[in-house]
Design a protein around this ligand. Structure first.
Ligand code: PLP
Length: 385
């Protein structure tokens, strides 16, 4: 998984479908990122932030009791232990450092459940930047605690009242807002979506998950490489970062989507938020609403690199239901003492199903990214107990 080809293309997907002023701003972000990523000084500064502030490297934990029950050897890459509770911090620290290097004084971000907004507000506070976070009005009601966390961190939270008043609309609004302020503000996209260079840049900032996991597997496993690598897919950033570490190995890559938000498994080609990719849409090409019990998976599409990996057959994309995910969350809590985010529980639900139906051979090794912790989901989970 290297650089995209000309003009930010992953095969036929990707690109930069944006108004002219944003195309120019994206060019500036791309030039700045290329230069920074080739600079050992930038890499060193980011590595230090990830260690001292975000708690990296995160452990690779053998799930001993659950493995025994399932008949496979399951290892968990513990992004739930990263600062602010998920992998999102890896990306925002990279982009905040880049924004400061570009002389920008403010971060703009969109957020659904509030996890990316909280991470962006955290990175902004750490580096002395301002933060403006766009959030659907409906999500603000559902995720009041994260709204408060963002305000506590000094961010301005802007309610979005258009459309379904959720993540898709917050993203559109954040992009519209950026048009007028590209000179002093950096748009910090939260996943491997959006116009080039975001899908590529965000994957590079999340690659730390896969690189660490690869080295940890090399030390832990007799074969050095797991048979299977599994991650949940919303926009696809934790999966892209995970897969990047194993792309050149024989490991089978599986992305797990929510049944009601399966952009990669069931979407059709289209353009949304500046990128050509796979989206849920009707016969007129209108984007249809996504649904998932996990707010972080509640997005009607998937990043262009996943569309490409699916096309190549290098990764496969499968789905699980809300009930399967909730059941997996409870099972992990009771076998391993870990309450996972409902997003991450999707990946585990597929592992449980696949171990049961023989899709995962007995005794095979599985490296699964546990993208976040479940504190934010307690009110949802308590209804199910
Ligand atoms: C946001 C989020 C996701 C989904 O985002 P990706 O870009 O697909 O990784 C998954 N898990 C958690 C815990 C999240 O917060």
């Amino acid at each position: 998984m290297g650089e995209p080809r000309a003009r930010g293309r992953f095969g036929e997907y990707g690109g930069r479908y944006a108004p002219e002023s944003l195309v120019e701003a994206c060019r500036e972000v791309e030039a700045a990122f290329r230069e920074a990523w080739a600079d050992p000084g930038f890499r060193g500064a980011l590595a230090e932030l990830l260690t001292l502030h975000a708690g990296r490297p995160t452990p690779l934990t053998p799930a001993r009791r659950l493995s025994q029950e399932l008949g496979v050897r399951l290892y968990l890459k513990r992004e739930d232990l990263a600062h602010t509770g998920s992998h999102k911090i890896n990306n925002v620290l990279g982009q905040a450092l880049l924004a400061a290097r570009m002389g920008r004084r403010r971060l703009i971000a969109e957020t659904g459940a509030g996890q990316h907004g909280v991470a962006a507000a955290t990175a902004a506070a750490l580096l002395g930047l301002e933060a403006t976070v766009f959030m659907g009005e409906r999500d603000m009601e559902r995720q009041a605690l994260n709204v408060f966390r963002m305000r506590m961190l000094g961010a301005e939270v802007v309610p979005v009242t258009t459309g379904s008043r959720t993540l898709k609309d917050a993203t559109s609004e954040a992009m519209r807002h950026w048009v007028g302020v590209t000179g002093d503000s950096h748009y910090c996209v939260g996943s491997v979506v959006g116009p080039d260079p975001y899908p590529w840049m965000v994957r590079e900032f999340q690659r730390v998950i896969g690189d660490e996991a690869r080295a940890q597997c090399a030390a832990e496993l007799r074969t050095g490489v797991p048979d299977h690598v599994v991650a949940c897919v919303g926009g696809g950033s934790n999966a892209a970062g995970t897969f990047a570490g194993f792309a050149d190995t024989p490991a089978r890559l599986t992305g797990v989507e929510a049944e009601g938000a399966a952009g990669a498994a069931r979407g059709r080609p289209g353009v949304l938020h500046g990128s050509h990719s796979l989206f849920l849409q009707d016969d007129d090409g209108q984007i249809t609403p996504a649904h998932s019990i996990a707010a972080g998976l509640d997005y009607p599409g998937v990043g262009p690199e996943h569309a490409h990996l699916r096309g190549l057959g290098r990764a496969r994309y499968v789905t699980v239901t809300d009930d399967e995910a909730a059941g997996a969350a409870i099972r992990l809590a009771r076998t391993e003492g870990i309450v996972p985010a409902l997003e991450s529980a999707h990946a585990l639900a597929w592992v449980i199903r696949a171990a049961g139906d023989g899709e995962l051979a007995a005794g095979s090794t599985v490296m699964m990214t546990l993208s976040g912790r479940g504190d934010k989901d307690i009110s949802t989970l308590k209804e199910l107990l």
